[in-house]
Ligand binder design. Structure first.
Ligand code: MN3
Length: 296
């Protein structure tokens, strides 16, 4: 089962300016083949279906624990898209062509289908697909796939980082590059323990150091790239049987943090009445909620 904490895994700045094109690019990190929905669902199904989990507990713990972190990553990407979409259309309650300015800009479904909110689609607007989930049931093959998936995800993050220059998109990219790097190393280590092959010699893929990316470097300075968070009050304790030793890039010691990161607050999302979100007359809805809060 899952518990939920109403915070983001990392503090994000609000979008510097409304940016529907950046929002469209960042969608690739959500619903793309190598996006966070894919890492989430691959590891989630692998953990649900894991046979021999008692005998292979370190490997089961690893994939179940990383799956849980990925749930928070889709939340981070959605928060970024939502902040980028805030203010992209003229705010107001009169239906007077307020959306005309975004005709042909970014993903039209952000305005025509959702209330300027994130969608489970890629940057082309194509829906995320369950076909992206690979779960052969063979632990070595699944770990090899996961190493490949994190490498493809890293490629996507680097390209979105280059395409979207809004500071929130870059902050997101920096953090996800560091956390995806942890997962890349973790699956490499799992393969090393299972097979003896030194997979970590293939790191990084692509071979660009996070140290060259300012928004990632600051997390390296805090050892976030060497930390595996344990996302459970009391379970998945045997991740440390795999996440141990030295980081292949800088030789620093790997550590397991006994709990989630402190993170940051969720971002405020202003009313956008021109797309009827949260309603055509948000004030009336707010009055209803205020009455509930007063117990009236
Ligand atoms: Mn991730």
């Amino acid at each position: 089962m899952y518990l939920r904490i109403d915070r983001l895994q990392v503090e994000l700045p609000a979008a510097e300016h409304p940016d529907p094109r950046a929002a469209q690019a960042v969608q690739e990190l959500l619903g793309g083949r190598f996006g966070e929905m894919s890492t989430l669902m691959n590891y989630t199904y692998q953990s649900f279906n894991f046979r021999g989990r008692k005998e292979l507990k370190p490997f089961y713990d690893l994939v179940a624990n990383i799956a849980t972190e990925e749930l928070g990553h889709i939340e981070l990407v959605a928060a970024t898209i939502n902040s980028l979409l805030s203010g992209t259309t003229e705010r107001g309650e009169s239906p007077d062509h307020r959306l005309a300015g975004v005709a042909g800009v970014g993903n039209p479904h952000h305005f025509l289908v959702s209330g300027q909110g994130a969608l489970p689609v890629n940057s082309l607007g194509a829906a995320w697909s369950g076909d992206y989930v690979f779960n052969s049931g063979d632990v070595v093959l699944d770990m090899l796939h996961n190493f490949f998936l994190e490498s493809g995800a890293r490629m996507g993050k680097l390209r979105v980082y280059e395409m979207a220059d809004n500071p929130i998109a870059r902050a997101l990219g920096g953090y996800l590059l560091v956390r995806g790097g942890v997962h890349q190393v973790a699956y490499a280590k799992a393969l090393e323990k299972l097979t003896g092959v030194e997979v970590s010699k293939m790191l990084n893929i692509p071979r660009i150091s996070n140290e060259t990316i300012p928004e990632a470097r600051r997390f390296h300075e805090q050892a976030v790239h060497r930390t595996l968070y344990r996302f459970s009050p009391d379970d998945y304790r045997d991740v440390d049987k795999i996440w141990n030793g030295r980081h292949p890039e800088d030789g620093g010691e790997l550590r397991v943090a006994d709990g989630p990161p402190e993170g940051g607050p969720t971002l405020p999302l202003p009313d956008e009445p021109q797309v009827y979100s949260p309603g055509y007359h948000p004030g009336e809805l707010a009055e209803i909620a205020a009455r509930l809060m007063r117990g009236a």
